[in-house]
Ligand binder design. Structure first.
Ligand SMILES: C[S@@+](CC[C@H](N)C(=O)[O-])C[C@H]1O[C@@H](n2cnc3c(N)ncnc32)[C@H](O)[C@@H]1O
Length: 280
């Protein structure tokens, strides 16, 4: 079978299994097997695939049709301006999270020496993207998951940022190091009850520790706000991602800890997604 026929056949298989982007997924999985880029597929669509490549590809399609996310199968996800290595130990970076980066870059539009803390850094996608854009920033990433931090460290090395970032394995409750100009966090904020209603790609494959926000979805965000209030410098900015129905509760918690609310930003789907506040 040639390249085009193979992609077409896999697309039908994925479509029949309710995969939302069957053609794109098939292409990405074939690229992984062939170690080539998209241009190669387009220019060589009539090329016959070897038995070995076909076997590897069919194996990936089989995993994809059961719901395993493409990012875990190809071991990367594009986020902001880079490809991040990902595996099942980290949340797959989401485009909506890029809103936080846009905000940091708008607020700090010239390169000063600032200390920035990312709570629940996961793959490191947020922190590393910002460090790449602002060459004088120094970053600290904290995560409760040792395995996630291995991924973050690997990404820092790949992106030549390991000299400006340190990672700590800690529950945020037990983290007391440093004072920061900027604190960022995309904490787990899904209500435990709602976890089972997530798409099967997410519920069955992404790490629970990256999703579970306790019975009301707010338990981790509350920890982050409480600890940020201690770790942040006066006039420092706290930039949080949140669930689209959590704004009012979070505003209350921030005000209780003497944060002034600067603004609330919507994501690409027009849901409240990010809240910016300043420690007063
Ligand atoms: C929603 S993921 C965000 C990952 C990454 N920052 C991103 O935006 O893609 C939340 C992260 O918080 C970490 N985490 C969960 N509970 C934590 C805690 N108590 N202290 C520190 N990190 C925690 C998880 O391991 C996970 O990596």
């Amino acid at each position: 079978m040639n390249i085009q026929e193979t992609i077409n056949k896999a697309t039908i298989t994925l479509k029949n299994n309710d995969i939302k982007t069957p053609y794109l997924d098939s292409e990405l999985l074939l690229l992984k097997v062939l170690h080539k880029d998209r241009k190669y597929l387009l220019l060589n669509s009539k090329e016959t695939l070897s038995k070995e490549h076909l076997f590897q590809f069919n194996n990936l399609i089989c995993r994809r049709k059961k719901g395993e996310p493409v990012a875990y199968l190809i071991n990367y996800k594009e986020f902001w301006k880079e490809k991040f290595f990902v595996n099942k130990d980290v949340l797959i970076p989401r485009p909506d999270t890029e809103v936080l980066i846009e905000e940091v870059l708008t607020i700090y539009n010239n390169d000063k020496k600032l200390n920035i803390l990312d709570i629940g850094t996961g793959s490191g996608c947020l922190l590393l993207s910002i460090l790449k854009e602002r060459k004088k920033f120094l970053g600290i990433g904290v995560d409760i998951s040792k395995k996630a931090l291995n991924v973050a460290r690997f990404n820092a090395k790949l992106q030549h940022l390991d000299n400006r970032v340190k990672f700590y394995n800690s529950d945020i409750d037990k983290f007391f190091i440093g004072k920061y100009d900027v604190i960022l966090s995309n904490p787990p904020y899904i209500k435990n009850f709602d976890l089972k209603y997530l798409d099967k790609d997410i519920a069955a494959y992404e790490p629970k520790v990256a999703l579970e926000g306790g019975y009301d979805g707010l338990s981790k965000i509350t920890k982050v706000i409480n600890k940020a209030s201690y770790l942040i410098k006066k006039n420092g900015k706290l930039i949080l991602e949140m669930g689209c129905d959590q704004k009012n509760e979070i505003v209350k918690k921030l005000k209780n800890k003497k944060f002034y609310i600067n603004k609330i930003i919507k994501d690409y789907g027009k849901n409240d997604r990010c809240i910016i506040s300043t420690k007063i």
